[in-house]
Design a protein around this ligand. Sequence first.
Ligand code: NAP
Length: 300
Amino acid sequence: MLYDLIIVGGGIAGLTAAIYARRGGLNTLLLEGGAPGGQIIASPELENYPALPKVSGVAFVQRLLEQTAALELEIKYETVSKLHLTEEIKEVETASGAKYQARTIIWAAGLVARRLDCPGEEQFLGRGVSFCAACDGMLYKGKDVAVIGGGNTALEEALFLSKICLHVHLVHRRDSFRAEAALVQKIKQRPNIVLHMPAQVSRFEGNKRLEQLVLQTPDGREVLPTAAVFQAIGKLPSNQILSDNLALDASGYVIAGEDCCTALPGVYVAGDCRTKPLRQLITAAADGAVAASRAIAYLH
Ligand code: NAP
């Protein structure tokens, strides 16, 4: 079967592209390698999306999925392993060996969590080391936990966990935050959030489960007992699969402007995996809409 459009990635950019494509009458397939919704699923509470001042990431995604289901979007949960993008008919291969063809492609594969890459991290994955407070936070109710990072994600995770856990140790490598001022103010007002900054995690220690972090601080080595650590040190693009066909910048983002067009006719890139000055829910959604509109115009 030849689709009008294949969307790779079921995060906010991909799902928004699907809404516009289906409403534009495109026969559309969306491929997603993991759970739908992307990074926003991990967000305990969104506060800056217009007209939705307080909504959880999970609730936001649920409503989006209902919206796409009503538009009869076809979704397959498969991981893309190869792309052929240079011909008029594009082909997408998946890890299961399936091949799908379309006249246009929107690449909306998002980002993956950056790792600290220090001793013990791998060993305690799922046994104290987590990347999602909304998913795993309740497992540590009433206990002491740590959050690593100084960006919006880390501060949001710390605020969320502070309502469930006894103490939240926020560990950041610098003595000032990257996060927006409103979040920093809230963090400073929360009595059970303890700041450790500047401090770097140098190893994760425990027996069967994580029991403590070893921190490097200006005063030397510090041991921080903790039942869990939530890492929020940013995200990285996973665009390597495109590098034969499309230009990536030095950090691995696909180079494309606000029109989401790439150098290849019929191939678009949307969301956080694109070069852009602001990576937010609203800009991912906007990209999805723009990319789908461009695909519709190209097909017509
Ligand atoms: P981010 O803004 O890139 O922050 C990553 C944090 O991790 C920084 O504080 C960074 O420290 C630290 N870090 C990076 N590598 C590290 C390492 N190897 N060891 C220790 N610390 C390390 O990432 P993010 O918080 O995930 O946010 C990503 C994007 O999503 C941002 O544009 C953010 O504004 C957006 N976002 C928005 C919202 C919202 O608007 N509600 C919520 C979440 C995320 P340095 O500061 O020293 O570099």
